[in-house]
Ligand binder design. Structure first.
Ligand code: ADP
Ligand code: ZN
Ligand code: ZN
Length: 755
């Protein structure tokens, strides 16, 4: 008698396990089936079957599959193939991918069968109404209807409504939800009694209207040309990079291409950076695609996510979904097009927890292997994508003019050192900055000011002894908030009263140093007492409703000046903005990261791109102490090519991506000594098996967070080396390290392609 076994993926950081399938399940189980399996002494998990076979596993105790959780598969073959590739590439387990992909309600776990049973998600049930089977022809139906008149008017009306709802084509086969009929319960019951109607119950399918283009615009000649180029580029490339300057109307092209895919019956996935900040864009897509647009983001309830997942997995295509990075894991059948809007944005990469995947890179893989098209769009493409386009791996389409009358803003670099020397600085604003703001206010247009620090000041310092307030739990200074005279840690949330006297020398009075958004807000209120000023940063965004209100007020012109952090650089389209100010470009440049210059360029160009999007001529002022810095000059000229040329040359000579691949290993422990020695030992062991490319163990710029100390090792894989080999050597070494007597309490994690 042959036995049947199933390899089952569990939503845990372990490899698939093998279970026996009892005979009564044989005809029901398949690859992709969700099953309940026992693990440990008394725990049941939901798993997904990834393989069925007859090879008896070498386990002492072979356990059996409990039950099938849902009759439909939880994941299809395409999805399983994607999960396997992701686990391999990102050096995690398929279980971790499953954990990220499945909504929580679809992967119940429990201590007993009964409890598990209770937790299995089911869609609500609904009663369906159809014609009684005895009525098979129009004649029979008419006879039955005639029988109702003249006395049973309510029943007659209910029948007419029913026939109308169901339509002539479906009259004898179709059914409609009882709740969709206006007739009361007793009336329907009477009709069932009278042999005209029949009912049955079924699972309620979450219902969405189908998506179709309901609103479109006429494209400009430049847009038309770019659209044509994208189309023809897709004939030779699975991935195309659309490099279009800010406000060139890329979104309109995405809408067109999405519509074409929908018409072919294909599904479309539109990925964008953090949804909360891009509500404007979602509103535009809603206007274009109506209620059929599916919006998938972290703010949804567990039930809504689950229903969406089921609905999408049942659909055969023609869906359009907009979402952030995790939407890449949705079960979209017949996927034709993935759009990655603002593809350079780092929020497409998940850094913590595992799986540490890049939704953009996964989209590119899917295009190459699963037959869809991926369109990457940006005004400031990542150097990786640009490099791939230049090497011919991606198609490349350039859209170099703004839509309509808009032209790119003029940019002035304002030298903060010179300006201070001339005594022209007022608070933190140079004369050029103030003049520009004055001009904007006078003509009734709006102003956006960008400062990459929140709070009042990034730190306080004692003028006598140099003491500064640091977080007791993290390796950073405490941010000073004037409101409430508080010091707060932006990493762990630790908060304390700001001291009046220096706690170190007991003499000096610590003073705020540097400036954050709160301080700029205060200064602007002093300088422009009649202007309406608002702020948008991490502190405001902690309340989504407050954030929405700030954005809506600025959009409608209720506020004149918006001060914000990185958040205000992302994708906003405000017609009234004429002046944009970057208050301190230097702290962008000074980040300890090989991408600092690329990011500085992207931030300045993106924020500058918020100005002059309609009739107002835009003007951008960039304050910096390094007016000769080539990246700042390139950004001021919107010269992407020059920046790319320069940075790619540096990356090549110093061996950074896209010329190499990086794998970052992070070690964490609450003892700094333990993590230090552990990291050094691990680096040594890695070097024994990987002779080239293993860095020294080093502490990151923030050496500890919430009392956990961190060390890192970077492994650099050059293009000539097979990354899969190096990755498996790393995994093997880490596995041994985890068994080490001294170091096994150190937590390690691996990040492939860290951003
Ligand atoms: P991008 O995404 O390239 O920054 P957008 O797609 O946001 O640019 O377009 C910039 C502005 O121009 C938006 O307000 C948009 O509504 C408008 N626009 C772009 N193309 C058209 C068009 N074909 N017809 C009407 N308005 C357009
Ligand atoms: Zn002091
Ligand atoms: Zn802290």
């Amino acid at each position: 008698m042959e036995r049947l076994f199933a390899d089952v993926i569990l939503p845990l950081a372990i490899a698939p396990l093998t279970f026996e399938v009892e005979e009564e399940l044989w005809s029901h189980i398949g690859v992709g089936s969700g099953v309940s399996v026992p693990l440990g002494e008394n725990k049941l998990y939901t798993g997904i079957v990834c393989r069925l076979h007859h090879n008896t596993p070498p386990y002492k105790r072979i356990r059996t599959i409990g039950s099938i959780v849902r009759s439909e598969p939880l994941a299809g073959l395409t999805q399983l193939a994607l999960w396997e590739w992701m686990a391999d590439y990102y050096m995690c387990t398929v279980g971790e991918i499953m954990r990220a992909a499945l909504p929580s309600l679809l992967k119940p776990s429990a201590k007993s069968d009964d409890l598990f049973e209770e937790r299995v998600f089911s869609l609500g049930r609904e009663q369906m109404v159809h014609l009684a089977p005895s009525i098979r022809t129009e004649e029979e139906l008419n006879r039955a209807l005639d029988g109702l008149l003249p006395r049973r008017k309510a029943q007659y009306a209910a029948m007419m409504e029913f026939c109308d709802k169901i339509g002539v084509e479906n009259l004898f086969e179709g059914s409609v939800p009882r709740s969709s009929l206006g007739a009361s319960l007793p009336v329907v019951a009477k009709l069932v009694e009278g042999g005209l109607l029949d009912t049955f119950t079924r699972e309620r399918t979450p219902h969405y209207r189908s998506a179709q283009l309901c609103h479109s615009t006429t494209l400009s000649p430049a847009q038309e040309r770019a659209l044509e180029e994208v189309r023809s580029s897709f004939e030779h490339h699975s991935t195309v990079l659309l490099h279009g300057i800010t406000s060139s109307g890329k979104t309109e092209l995405y809408i067109r291409l999405a519509d074409e895919a929908l018409r072919r019956g294909e599904s479309v996935l539109y990925l964008l950076p953090e949804v909360a900040l891009t509500q404007q864009l979602i509103a535009r897509l809603r206007e274009a695609f109506g209620e059929g647009l599916v919006v998938y983001h972290s703010g949804l309830t567990a039930r809504a996510r689950t229903e969406m997942y089921i609905k999408l997995s049942r659909s055969e295509g023609g869906e359009i979904v907009v979402g952030t990075r995790s939407a890449i894991l949705l079960p979209l059948n017949n996927l034709g097009l993935i759009i990655v809007d603002e593809e350079h944005d780092r929020s497409f990469k998940q850094e913590d927890p595992a799986p540490r995947f890049s939704a953009r890179d996964v989209a590119v893989w899917m295009a190459g292997r699963q037959g869809c098209h991926t369109l990457l769009g940006s005004a400031t493409p990542s150097l990786e994508s640009y490099h791939n386009a230049r090497r011919g791996r991606y198609g490349y389409v350039w859209l170099g003019e703004r839509y309509g009358a808009g032209s790119l803003p003029s940019v002035t670099i304002s030298d903060t050192i010179k300006s201070a020397g001339r005594g022209e600085r007022h608070g933190h604003l140079s004369k050029e900055m103030r003049d520009a703001i004055n001009g904007a206010i006078a003509q009734g247009s709006q102003v956006m000011l960008f400062q990459n620090r929140r709070g009042f000041a990034p730190y306080i310092e004692c003028p006598s002894c140099g003491w500064s307030a640091r977080c007791p739990h993290c390796g950073v200074t405490l941010t000073y908030y004037k409101k409430g005279n508080k010091l707060r840690c932006n990493l762990c949330g630790h908060s304390e009263e700001a001291p009046l006297k220096c706690p170190a020398c007991h003499e000096g009075e610590p003073l705020p140093q540097g400036f954050g958004t709160e301080k700029i807000e205060e200064q602007m209120a002093e300088l422009y007492p009649s202007a309406r000023i608002a702020r948008l940063d991490g502190d405001i965004a902690a309340s989504p409703s407050r954030m929405r209100a700030v954005i809506a007020d600025f959009e409608s012109g209720h506020t004149d000046i918006l001060i914000g952090t990185q958040m205000i650089t992302k994708g906003f389209d405000f017609a009234g903005v004429s002046v944009v100010g970057v208050l301190n470009a230097d702290n962008l440049l000074s980040r300890p990261d090989f991408r600092a210059e690329e990011r500085t360029f992207q931030t300045i160009v993106q924020i500058a791109g918020r100005a002059g999007r309609s009739q107002h001529k835009g003007h951008t002022i960039v304050q910096t102490a390094q007016p000769d810095n080539h990246t700042i000059i390139q950004a001021a000229r919107f010269d992407y090519e020059a920046m790319a040329e320069c940075q790619l040359a540096d990356r090549e000579s110093f061996g950074y991506p896209p010329f190499t691949r990086l794998v970052q290993i992070t070690l964490r422990h609450n003892s700094p000594e333990m993590v230090y020695h552990g990291a050094r030992a691990l680096a040594d062991r890695l070097r024994k098996v990987i002779p080239h490319g293993v860095s020294d163990a080093h502490a990151p710029a923030v050496s500890h967070i919430a009392d956990t100390y961190i060390m890192q090792i970077m492994v650099r894989i050059d293009r000539a080396t097979n990354p899969a080999t190096v990755k498996s050597l790393i995994l093997h070494t880490l596995k041994e390290f985890a068994r080490d007597k001294i170091f096994r309490r150190i937590t390690t994690s691996v990040n492939v392609d860290p951003q």
